[in-house]
Design a protein around this ligand. Sequence first.
Ligand SMILES: [Zn+2]
Length: 379
Amino acid sequence: MAISELKLAKELIRRHSVTPKDAGTINILAKNLRSLGFKCHLLNFKNIKNLYAKLGESSPNFCYAGHTDVVPPGNINDWSVNPFKPTVKNNRLIGRGANDMKASIACFIAAVSRFKNKNKKFKGSISLLINGDEEGIEINGTKKVVEYLKKKREKINFCIVGEPTNPNKLGEMIKIGRRGSMTGRLKIIGAQGHVAYPHRANNPSDTIVKILKKIKELKLDNGTKDFQPSNLEITKINIDNQADNVIPGSAEAVFNIRFNNKHSSSSLKRKLNTIFKSISKKTKCKFKINYEVSGEAFLTKPNKTTFMIQNAIKKITKIKPKLSTTGGTSDARFIRKISPCLEFGLVGKTMHKIDESVPLSDLKKLSTIYLNILENYFD
Ligand SMILES: [Zn+2]
């Protein structure tokens, strides 16, 4: 008997696994996967439940990665149905996680069950890396599981991350990489004083304006064949000053850079720090800078598996998916450290929104696409 993607998706959506809560979702997956012959390793890091499950021992190992946690539903009264009572209306399944990404996980497990029915013995192994911390702070989820797999010398030969990647229609887009993201918090320290006696003060606002102008005008690059140009955006400027006749003592700004693989966070830090140093030296101010790097840029160079997956998607959807690097960060940024990976899942239009939903026809198609991928990969 094959596992039904719709039934399993509903079972998962019924659980209130609002990040970081697991609410039994990992156990539901483990139960289903064990029935297919998977060995399940429940990996709990602090309060986060994760799962690495594997069918077969031999190589190559094809992995599917996803998360069972979801974002909060917002005001439940704004939904047309209860977000945790999955409902089919007008041939759409509605509920929190319907495309990000409980339904996608269900599609892959349904595909494996059909693959197993047709191929009692296959050479290789299939694995799932499921985490419960993707929508949260991402400390005890995929990052820790990847460290664990590295330590165990577990080899993954290719990984598909099932996040919603299609903007409008199933089949439009595969993601093969992502830009990096870094936030900088800059503080300029001058000397406070009376507005009428500027020679006795040193206004940090002049310095911060000069610096922000300079970094905004930096031409980081023109983009590459695979990536759009890097961009820097100033997101906050703050001079907290109570009085109108006082030159402030300090000024602060925050900026975020989305960068392609022509840069690394450290090469950007060097470039920026040089500017901060030279301008503040001239103006006799001090500066403090703090960086937070949420991910480096990365790209999985398309290989024969990438093209095979592209063809499998085209066969089912009649659309040739674009290989893209757009969008925010995802767990692929951790997984790519141990395996080549790409991302393909459902349509992301309603993710994180009220009435998150997926057409039933997309569920069927995605499951068939995953089945096709498995059949071609182990052919
Ligand atoms: Zn997601």
